[in-house]
Design a protein around this ligand. Structure first.
Ligand code: NAD
Ligand code: MG
Length: 399
């Protein structure tokens, strides 16, 4: 960060501004106009939404992934000072721009990898919501963060909670900080109590109805299959240097404890709060200070009780698959991630059933050759191949 950073508002780029995390980030920023300035906003294809946000926040840059959409945005913003860019190059440009201090990485899926890498290489303060970056390319991304001198702050509520209760030097090996294990909490999703038979008949509308969190469609389906927790186990592995056997998933239906860290002396530290993403976002923006996030007080008397259960990876095989690929290493997590993205998309379109999601992922993993990770270009190729294989599996299984 530049040396005069404290004396002027921080320039913030929001990758994925029209999404749930993007809009929550803008909500927090709007509460602190003297501290943060919206520098760039990006979106995939929702032109009207991005145009409205540009009119409200007057960013220096706006990026649409799609070139035609960028042209439409340009027309809608005629007469404004916002410069419109397009494509992956545009996303990378606003992630790495020399005047940017903070990058909120909130694109969904593998599409977020390259812009997040650009921010890491350029040494930005990265607020990482896009967990898929760490799932696909954890080793390369963490190396790029170090080499670029970037500051990495996890926004996923569980990882933000863990970060808050980790000892100083938290990104060093767990043992150095006296950490015995990480307790990663999970709501259990909308089908926590559903039987295997009931799970077969789950519809997209039912799966999109998360009990505690309002989120984009992909992560909401991931929460219903428990793949989200699986991806988060891999995310925690890279963020906190934690081996798979030091990460325990704890189902906690109230989503009040956002995760815990257990120390060798028996202490367990937890971070609690209302389930509202503005808390981790505000923590990331202001770290190590605290700012108002617009989140109300936790009403413990109303909550009254906190429950805990073990996860069931027989009814929810995605969790087991994620632990398996973490242990396998190499390109296995990137393959799982790509197959999952195809499977979730197919489920949302009504093309496959809920229980076909883990079957498809397992089918693609079994048909793939796992190799050591060498480069981002290799991972992008692996991602594409796994998507093709997932499409083939779909056609074979559904015809
Ligand atoms: P969302 O679907 O609401 O928004 C996604 C954003 O990404 C949109 O702005 C969209 O325009 C953009 N986008 C989509 N595809 C793109 C592409 N190919 N290229 C460029 N931009 C693209 O998703 P969300 O719920 O805000 O989640 C964003 C990320 O944050 C995900 O990785 C998710 O796992 C993570 N996350 C979300 C939450 C949450 O509460 N929503 C919590 C923890 C982590
Ligand atoms: Mg989470």
């Amino acid at each position: 960060m530049p040396s005069n950073a404290a004396s002027r508002p921080q320039n913030v780029t929001i990758l994925g501004a029209t999404g749930t995390i993007g809009l929550n980030t803008l909500d927090v920023i709007a509460r602190h106009p003297g501290q943060y300035r919206v520098f760039a906003l990006t979106a995939n294809s929702r032109v009207a939404e991005l145009a409205a946000l540009c009119q409200q926040y007057q960013p220096r840059f706006a990026v649409m992934l799609d070139a035609d959409a960028a042209e439409n945005l340009q027309t809608l913003l005629a007469g404004s000072d916002t410069v419109v860019l397009s494509g992956l190059a545009g996303l990378e440009q606003v992630a790495a721009h020399p005047e940017v201090d903070v990058v909120m990485a909130a694109i969904v899926g593998a599409a977020g990898l390259k812009p997040a890498m650009a921010a890491a290489q350029a040494g930005k303060r990265i607020l990482l919501a896009n967990k898929e970056t760490l799932v696909m390319a954890g080793s390369l991304f963490m190396q790029a963060v170090q080499a670029g001198g970037a500051t990495l702050l996890p926004i996923d509520s569980e990882h933000n909670a863990i970060f808050q209760v980790m000892p100083p030097g938290r990104l060093a090996h767990l043992q150095d900080g006296g950490v015995r294990r990480i307790l990663l909490t999970a709501s259990g999703g909308p089908f926590r109590k559903a039987s295997a038979e009931e799970l077969k008949a789950v519809t997209p509308a039912q799966a999109l109805n998360h009990p505690n969190w309002v989120m984009g469609p992909k992560i909401t389906i991931d929460s219903a299959t428990l793949m989200n927790k699986g991806l988060e186990v891999i995310e925690a592995h890279w963020l906190f240097n934690a081996p798979a056997d030091k990460i325990e998933v704890v189902v906690h239906p109230q989503s009040v404890i956002h995760s815990m860290v257990e120390y060798v002396d028996g202490s367990v530290l937890a971070q609690l709060g209302n389930p509202d993403m503005r808390t981790p976002i505000a923590y990331g923006l202001a770290y190590p200070q605290r700012i108002d996030a617009g989140v109300g007080s936790l009403d413990l008397f109303k909550i009254a009780r906190l429950d805990f259960e073990a996860p069931d990876s027989v009814r929810f095989p995605c969790l087991r698959l994620a632990f398996d690929v973490l242990k396998q290493g190499g390109t296995a997590p990137a393959i799982l991630n790509a197959a999952n993205e195809v499977a979730v998309d197919a489920f949302l379109k009504g093309a496959i059933g809920f229980q076909d999601i883990p079957r498809l992922i397992e089918g693609v993993l079994e048909a793939s050759t796992i190799t050591p990770v060498t480069s981002i270009a290799q991972l992008v190729e692996v991602d594409q191949q796994a998507r093709l294989q997932a499409q083939e599996w779909r056609q074979l299984e559904t015809c």
